[in-house]
Design a protein around this ligand. Structure first.
Ligand SMILES: [Zn+2]
Ligand SMILES: [Zn+2]
Ligand SMILES: [Zn+2]
Length: 382
């Protein structure tokens, strides 16, 4: 019984509704189509890639019949919680029917690298909205190396890597610098490979991670140059590879000179043995000057050491020369040695003029290979 009654009532209802809407035909509620977003460029050349710490170029064509109310950009990690949001609620894009959206969004330096989603949503004044989506790859900022210096122990940035002999010399390639990195530094590896494609080309990978201090960001490495490299001296490509925990890698490519020449470490030149005097590069007239250093001739052995002190004047400079070799009796006891802890005091004659002098210590080995260290020396009256 109930069912028949309902069947009877329904047509009545419908008839009422139909007649009601037809009454409103003269004054229709305007209909606006939903806004449109055409995302034309994400990243430079629509590469859909951006580097953390830089800005992201975005271009889109926006249309909204009911006029644009708001534009939202949301960038979020596909896996992870990092997100960047930006809303445009005033300015040239707002209150217009159609516009070209062009913005550069800052991507923070600490944005983790990886795959992100980008959503660009346009809202119209009727509350309708449309969203365009794109994938975006954020490349994290890799480690950065500053103030890199490399070379021999004393001079540090001369680019010379002295071949060492296990257990004998401190002969090394010294590397220093500062590393900044968003993510933790995972490894620092040095690669030396002999330039050119000659037979016997050597490649060495040396892990120096343990010589990087993560707390201070300072790299201070002394890398032993393998003894077998003495057979292949010359120019090597040097590559330092710094990798962080996110596998972002920074490479520094340079060159070093793997040397089998003599070399000097821990060199001192000064007026005496008191603190500071050892390296003050001052000599007092009528007294003696302190000269000290560890001299290495690992490959070819020592032949001679020559010291020259030359007055820094244009004409007729006063010169003081001293030779240490077999003839002068210096190598009487240690002839043919590979290294020498050289420590000598040279008398400065009372009649030598005071002023600026150029000091040089020249070491020659038995093959005639040489090493010279030049320094300024000041001669003063005591
Ligand atoms: Zn742009
Ligand atoms: Zn998404
Ligand atoms: Zn001394």
């Amino acid at each position: 019984m109930k069912a028949t009654r309902l069947n009877f009532l329904l047509p009545l209802c419908l008839g009422f509704i139909i007649s009601f809407t037809s009454c409103k035909k003269d004054d229709p509620e305007p209909k606006y189509s939903v806004p449109k977003v055409d995302l034309t460029e994400v990243g430079a050349n629509n590469g859909k890639t951006v580097i953390a710490g830089s800005d992201l170029h975005l271009e889109a064509q926006l249309t909204a019949e009911a006029l644009i109310q708001k534009v939202d950009v949301e960038i979020h990690q596909q896996e992870g919680s990092f997100e960047i949001k930006k809303s445009y609620t005033e300015g040239k894009y707002i209150g217009v029917k159609s516009t070209e959206f062009h913005e550069h969004l800052d991507i923070p330096e600490d944005a983790p690298g990886g795959v992100y989603h980008l959503h660009l949503t346009v809202y119209d004044k009727k509350g309708q909205s449309s969203t365009a989506e794109s994938e975006l790859t954020v490349r994290g900022r890799g480690p950065v190396v500053n103030n890199l210096k490399y070379g021999s122990k004393d001079v540090r940035d001369d680019g010379i890597a002295n071949v060492g002999l296990e257990g004998i010399a401190n002969s090394k390639l010294y590397i220093s610098g500062e590393i900044t990195s968003v993510a933790k530094v995972k490894s620092v590896v040095l690669r030396l490979d002999q330039k050119g494609d000659q037979v016997g080309s050597l490649v060495k990978d040396i892990d120096i991670t343990d010589q990087f201090d993560a707390a201070t960001g300072k790299l201070n490495a002394g890398v032993s140059i393998p003894w077998d490299m003495r057979r292949h001296p010359g120019t090597y490509n040097m590559k330092i590879t710094v990798a962080d925990e996110n596998a972002l890698v920074t490479e520094i490519n340079s060159e070093v000179e793997v040397s089998i020449n003599p070399f000097i470490e821990n060199f001192e030149l000064g007026s005496g043995h008191d603190a500071g005097d050892r390296i003050n590069r001052i000599a007092y007239i009528g007294k003696d000057v302190h000269i000290q250093g560890d001299i290495y001739c690992l490959v070819n052995r020592l032949s001679s050491i020559r010291i020259e002190i030359v007055q820094d004047v244009a004409a007729n400079p006063r010169i003081l020369t001293k030779i240490y070799d077999t003839e002068t009796g210096y190598f009487g006891a240690i002839g043919g040695t590979r290294n020498d802890h050289f420590h000598q005091h040279i008398d400065i004659p009372a009649d030598m003029p005071e002023g600026k002098y150029n000091f040089s210590i020249l070491v020659t080995d038995r093959q005639g290979l040489r090493y010279e260290r030049k320094l300024n020396l000041q001669l003063k009256k005591p």
